[in-house]
Design a protein around this ligand. Structure first.
Ligand code: PSV
Ligand code: MN
Length: 426
């Protein structure tokens, strides 16, 4: 399904005047204090976030899953869904595939479909946290860290296969997240597990194409509850350094223990040129995978403040692979993703508005109050009209959720796909 541009223009038309007034007001206010508004709009337009192929259907917990009608039943339909989100938001110009959930049957057709929808293939993700039907070895007790050489070899080979799949699609990075760890004290030898993981990652790294990155994700707990081999950013960075220049740390916002200062982690990794990717979501307790910005929007802004500073000052750090990694248990996944994209863009623009020069001076003057005032000045600016302006100039919706509902997208998808389809993923 594709949204008819004329219908979208009609929906936009109803609120166009109201938008223009709001936009002129904010743009004038910002210009008065020296903000280069066209530059901010350019930054917004080029900031594209990948949508994961596994987040287009209903998520769930171990207690159950409540289906959402009209879910995509194939990779083609998932790409269509990302195309819809991108058409409305002009912000989701990429899709990230999880293998083996989403192996293409016909690579040329998939590439063509994505290109028509202006989508790129972002990082490919390997999966050694689930056993696949007919697999020879089991990952019950770990994959790259396993005490069995046979299991490790199977997991290494899977990652190499994922690189090959990504290569055929034009992806440029492999994301490795390991569930490896232990549930009980004494179950595993920490040193053996870490050493095995390092050796296995090095074997994968050896086969990485020259223009690829390997992104190593960390997470403190779940599904293992006593120890996780790659539990934190320090372990990930250590492994990335052991592998080489093309290996980086990937930060997933939900993969931290409560109250961790994520913005400081981001800043350290950027300084060392080792921040490779980012998974957005929000949480109250752990890896809750909630809509970005729904619980802690100020923390998201502070993280973006470090990201913007790093993107401007740490030229040794590569361009980042941005992705949403959320789960949609009670909301329509497409609406949820649109809300996340809006929250990401909002935090990004607010961070762009931070007066870095004034902040530096206030820091040198040790004027703590002024430092906070400068951050709050940016954070409290209502930037939504800027987001809407960037979208409308690129052919998107002034208000994406509103347009999605007015254009009856979910109902159209149900008509096409039926009520009982189930998307692959977690
Ligand atoms: C693990 O919790 C994670 O964040 C990793 O990125 C996985 O690949 C993803 O979620 C999907 O399961
Ligand atoms: Mn993740």
């Amino acid at each position: 399904m594709k949204i008819n541009q004329n219908q979208l223009a009609k929906v936009n038309g109803v609120i166009e005047k109201q938008h223009q007034q709001a936009y002129s007001f904010v743009a004038r206010q910002l210009q008065d204090v020296g903000v280069d508004v066209p530059h901010v709009l350019d930054c917004l337009r080029s900031f594209q976030v990948a949508i994961p192929s596994w987040a287009l259907g209903a998520g769930g917990t171990r207690f159950g899953r409540f289906s959402i009608a009209g879910e995509p039943a194939s990779l083609e339909q998932k790409i269509d869904d990302v195309g819809l989100i991108h058409q409305l938001t002009q912000t989701a110009g990429a899709i990230s595939l999880h293998i083996p959930w989403d192996i293409p049957d016909d690579y040329e057709a998939i590439k063509q479909q994505a290109a028509e929808l202006h989508l790129k293939f972002d990082a490919v993700n390997s999966n050694t946290f689930q056993d696949q039907p007919n697999a020879k070895e089991s990952y019950k007790f770990g994959s790259l860290s396993n005490v069995s050489e046979h299991v490790r070899q199977q997991a290494i080979q899977h990652n190499l296969d994922v690189i090959q799949i990504g290569n055929k699609l034009g992806s440029k990075s492999l994301t490795v997240w390991l569930a490896d760890g232990s549930c009980f004290p004494g179950q595993a030898n920490f040193q053996t597990a870490l050493q095995n993981t390092e050796d296995s990652l090095k074997q994968i790294y050896k086969q990485l194409p020259a223009d690829w990155g390997m992104l190593i994700e960390y997470k403190p707990y779940e599904p293992n509850f006593y120890s996780t081999v790659i539990q934190d950013w320090g372990t990930s960075l250590m492994l990335a350094n052991a592998c080489g220049d093309q290996a980086y740390t990937l930060v997933d916002l939900g993969h931290h223990l409560p109250n961790t200062n994520i913005e400081q982690i981001v800043s350290t990794l950027l300084l060392k040129g080792k921040l490779g990717g980012f998974h957005f979501n929000d949480s109250k307790y752990g890896d809750d995978d909630l809509t970005v910005g729904s619980v802690k929007p100020y923390a998201l802004f502070l993280i973006f403040n470090e990201l913007v500073y790093g993107m401007q000052n740490n030229k040794n750090n590569p361009d980042l692979a941005w992705m949403i990694d959320a789960s949609h248990n009670v909301k329509d996944p497409l609406e949820d993703l649109i809300q996340s994209l809006e929250a990401i863009q909002e935090a990004y623009v607010k961070a762009l508005l931070v007066d870095q020069k004034a902040l530096k001076k206030a820091q040198i003057d040790q004027d703590v109050v002024l430092c906070q005032e400068i951050l709050h000045q940016a954070y409290r600016t209502d930037v939504r009209p800027l987001l809407a302006q960037a979208r409308i100039e690129s052919g998107g919706a002034l208000r994406p959720i509103d347009a999605y509902r007015k254009l009856n997208v979910r109902n159209e998808l149900i008509k096409l796909r039926g009520k009982n389809t189930v998307a692959t993923g977690l």
